[in-house]
Design a protein around this ligand. Sequence first.
Ligand code: 3HC
Length: 295
Amino acid sequence: MKEIAVIGAGTMGNGIAHVFAMKGYKVALIDIAESALEKAMATIEKNLDRMVRKERITEGDKLTTLAGITTYTDMKQGVAGRDLIIEAATENIDLKLKIFKNLDELAAPNAILATNTSSISITKIAAATQRPDKVIGMHFFNPVPVMKLVEVINGYATDPQVTAEIMDMSKGLGKVPVEVKDYPGFAANRILMPMLNEAFYTLYEGVSGVQEIDTVMKLGMGHPMGPLQLADFVGLDVCLAILEVLHKGFGNPKYAACPLLVNMVTAGKLGRKSGEGFYDYSAKGKDLVVAQQFA
Ligand code: 3HC
């Protein structure tokens, strides 16, 4: 299996294309917007340049990796003849169902259809196709070239042979795959999001400040980023959407999103991508600046 396609050229999609191309796969990177594809290729090049600077790869490796990625705005052309298609579009259930219905018609009959969803049911996505046995979750973590984990999620009907292939392929990428079942939040976000939500409540209830909460978890627990910085990095809208999936899926009030998070998302403060969340990213300096609201 050496020819794959990635749908969606955002942060996750370009990272996935990057890691596959670095391992010699021929990658079709597909997005409806030409501008998103251009931005994605520039990001991949920047991340490869960083690896060249750190002497992890050579300039030649960088050029071979870039040459291994072809961009498409036409899904039919992009997926033709590919063995594996990984969907990494926006986390929106209606959009994903539509993409999988199309993919089922356009992709080769034997192709595996994977989704990088962080919280939407694999079984539900698979049910939009005529090949639910070949649909699987392949959940990467941001930044994809750095984070070792791939959460491999079996839908209700996923063929164990398909799971075995995806586990092997993930190992071949230099990642560590972990197999999980298809229940709300899978394993990673079921554990991560309540922890982040508790950090939001700790701030909301005035127990401590933004920097203090992050310092507690960085220095006390050895986390590379504090929970509020990590929430900004992931996107506060994404955190809210996943908490809602957990809350609805389990019907347990312990997953109810903190009202502060809801207000911030409503106000358009989405974290790093919008320029402000718990921290203010408008100043480009190296030090994190706490957003005015919490300073
Ligand atoms: N692409 C490629 N490489 C990158 C990168 C990127 N975007 N960002 C950083 N790196 C590399 C650097 O080159 C460096 O490599 P080296 O250590 O081998 O020399 C390494 O990552 C560390 O980078 P820096 O020294 O510049 O920065 P930090 O030490 O601050 O590390 C970090 C940055 C790796 C992002 C670290 O802070 C971290 O691990 N944070 C936690 C990230 C995390 O938890 N991600 C998961 C989010 S949850 C998710 O994605 C699931 C979703 O469903 C919600």
